[in-house]
Ligand binder design. Structure first.
Ligand code: 16G
Length: 258
């Protein structure tokens, strides 16, 4: 490799290190520190989706650490879905999933539309009686029967969200009726109109463990109340989306006459 090209690559690695910030030699293991620095830079959009990372060797030289340490940090971030490797081309910041807020869609539909495979791990699937909070959200009388579903949602093998859903018993034949997609199981009772509330959240330890992310990571909680075509409330779901993987996009139009 020509000296000139090598020095340009060193400069690129140097600029990268200036952006993500320094390692601290005497604190946590270096690969964990590097992983955290890159992760923070992705969460805050300092590193953009699709951006190339410097080659492992250049980054190792610039940081004066071993290449194995850099590789370990990169591998952790590839496993977490934040970086992708492309054969022969290098390592890149993964594209974030853009969720359109102008249309009602299900998690499965969102993922399939992007060529990803939706998958869920069930935490619980139960039948019970409404809690006071659910009764208010679903407009049900005390004592009404509901189904509750708690799932970890994945795109391919990357964890994306935790979802806690409560569905009134009239809307489904049984809890087992929900296989992969709740909206498929609801069929023509799936929401035709929804009300949503968004809130910034930090993942608790137990939730972070389920998603394989660090406790305290930033996320977005979306509370959805869904109404069937006949006007009845058919869904009360709290979705906790990973803040480092999702962008929420909405098209807004000015009111008439402006
Ligand atoms: C989405 C919905 C959630 C719904 C789920 C159904 C948002 C914010 N949340 O995650 O309310 O229960 O899709 O997905 O859009 P499924 O049909 O794949 O189970």
């Amino acid at each position: 490799m020509g000296q000139e090209r090598q020095s340009m690559q060193d400069q690129a690695a140097q600029r990268f290190v200036e952006r993500i910030g320094p390692l601290e030699p005497d604190s946590a293991p270096l690969y964990l520190q590097l992983k955290r620095l890159i992760q923070d830079a992705i969460s805050t959009n300092l590193l953009r989706a699709g951006e190339a990372l410097p080659p492992e060797r250049d980054l190792a030289d610039t940081l004066a650490i071993s290449r194995v340490t850099v590789r370990k940090a990169f591998e952790g971030l590839v496993d977490a879905g934040l970086l992708v490797r492309r054969q022969g081309a290098g390592t890149f910041v993964a594209e974030r999933v853009e969720k359109n807020f102008a249309a009602i869609s299900s998690f499965s539909e969102d993922m399939l539309a992007r060529g990803r495979t939706p998958r869920s791990v069930w935490i619980s699937r139960t039948e019970g009686q409404v809690t006071p909070e659910e009764a208010l959200a679903l407009g049900l009388s005390p004592g009404s029967a509901v189904f509750r579903f708690t799932r970890i949602r994945y795109a391919d093998d990357i964890s994306m969200a935790l979802e806690y859903s409560t569905i009134p018993a009239w809307a489904l034949d049984s809890a087992e009726a929900v296989a992969e997609s709740l909206y498929d199981a609801l069929g023509d009772r799936r929401p035709a109109r929804v009300l949503q509330r968004l809130r910034a959240v930090l993942f608790r330890e137990d939730q972070a463990q389920l998603l394989g992310i660090e406790a305290g990571s930033a996320g977005l909680e979306i509370e959805r109340r869904g109404f069937a075509r006949d006007g009845r409330t058919v869904e009360f779901t709290r979705s906790w989306y990973r803040g480092d993987s999702y962008d929420f996009v909405a098209e807004l139009v000015a009111p008439d006459g402006q």
